[in-house]
Design a protein around this ligand. Structure first.
Ligand SMILES: *Cc1c(COP(=O)(O)O)cnc(C)c1O
Length: 378
């Protein structure tokens, strides 16, 4: 375990590493195997690996690293949606009630509406800024699981994890937090009282826009066993190459987040100063409605900003004029991107609503390029 006093940069590199072995690589290479030799031993004798759907060495290293940053024990999944599905279905079944964010990630709401309800799970949707008062008013009585997403994607609202966790524990409900936007360095839901923290590691944790991964971390042994069994039986275990690439990529998480956040601060000001833009959101901007809670609850800022242009044509014009901001969905990668969310049809946002993901190009280049493109809309 890395000492708790070490900073984010050290922890990003050293999390999950074991003691040095002379002649071994600094970071173990991926072990490519589906079955492993059993020899003359019974399966898993002495902790030996047997079959990679259950577990395998490269995955264990990556999970140890992410678990250390999250402050619990991590299980990795093939995508963020596989992780969220496991978090919900390992806890809730037919007849149970779950509370989900009405303004959260679109596919999470589709998971509920198209799949969970088919299995007899009752779903209540509450907007992220309202979850804490919903919980304080007894809304979690009889609820099995509440899933929070803070900051929410794409509108970047936040909710008070500790307050919801207190109310949930009093009501006997479990709390899971989709921590994708914040990343494990930006927010530690387990330390705030949540039972599970979930992430789409497709986004900033791995941060190169070239792989799909997700994870669930918990400090609760029973939940861990339920999740592990669910993953093994439903088969959403990632392969060794993804796990290795994920572990390799997260070494630079601290550096990437620092650059992305510095750019986001500058980009939010440029957007706010433009007459062509309204509704700029970045939880770390002092004027942002999320700021008081975000700055208390979160550990550091990140690079996702949202804003509104006049309409679809204005977004097209902006994208046509920029050279560095690429039209693409997802966020948290090394490339700077802009996504017009309404084109996907799932979020309740106006046609000109955009989510900007600041990459790691030079801040001055990104700000200069965006300013020139915006000037054409003014
Ligand atoms: C992208 C995302 C997911 C889903 O992750 P995948 O890796 O695409 O399956 C879940 N939650 C949030 C907040 C996301 O942004």
């Amino acid at each position: 375990m890395t000492p708790a006093a070490w900073g984010d940069g050290t922890r990003s590199v050293r999390a999950g590493e074991t003691s040095a072995v002379p002649g071994a690589p600094l970071r173990p290479s991926p072990v490519f195997a589906a079955p492993f030799h059993l020899g003359d031993q019974p399966p898993r004798a002495g902790g030996a690996d047997a079959y990679a759907r259950t577990e395998q060495p490269t995955l264990r290293d990556f999970e140890a690293a992410v678990g250390e940053l999250d402050g619990g024990r991590c299980l990795s999944f093939s995508t963020g949606m596989a992780a969220l599905t496991a978090a919900v279905l390992a806890c809730a079944g037919s007849g149970d009630s779950v509370v989900l964010p009405s303004d959260g990630y679109y596919t999470t709401r589709l998971l509920a509406a198209e799949e969970l309800v088919r299995f007899g799970i009752r779903v209540t949707y509450v907007a992220t800024p309202e979850v804490a008062s919903f919980a304080a008013d007894g809304g979690l009585d009889g609820v099995r699981l509440v899933l929070l997403e803070t900051p929410s994607n794409p509108q970047l609202d936040v909710c008070d994890i500790a307050a919801v966790a207190r109310a949930a524990r009093a009501a006997g409900a479990l709390v899971a937090v989709d921590n994708t936007t914040a990343t494990p360095l930006g927010q530690r839901p387990l330390a705030l009282g949540a039972h599970m923290t979930v992430g789409s590691d497709t986004k900033a944790l791995t941060g190169h826009s070239d792989l799909l991964l997700g994870h669930v971390t918990t400090a609760d042994d029973d939940l861990l066993a339920r999740l592990r069994g669910f993953r093994d039986r439903t088969g959403s275990t990632p392969g060794p190459f993804e796990a290795w690439l994920g572990h390799r990529s997260m070494s630079t998480l601290d550096l990437r987040l620092a650059r992305q956040a510095a750019t986001a601060a500058a980009v939010a000001e440029v957007l706010a100063g433009s007459p062509a833009v309204t509704g700029v959101r970045w939880p770390w901007r002092a004027q942002d409605p999320s700021f008081p809670l975000a700055s208390r609850q979160m550990l550091r800022p990140n690079g996702v900003v949202s804003a509104e242009l006049a309409d679809e044509a204005a977004v097209a014009e902006l994208l046509a004029r920029t050279r560095l901001w690429t039209a693409a969905t997802s966020f948290g990668g090394v490339h700077s991107t802009i996504d017009r969310r309404a084109q996907w049809g799932g979020d309740d946002v106006p046609p000109g609503f955009i989510r900007l993901s600041c990459g790691i190009e030079d801040t001055a280049d990104l700000v200069g390029d965006l300013s020139v493109a915006l000037a054409a809309l003014e």
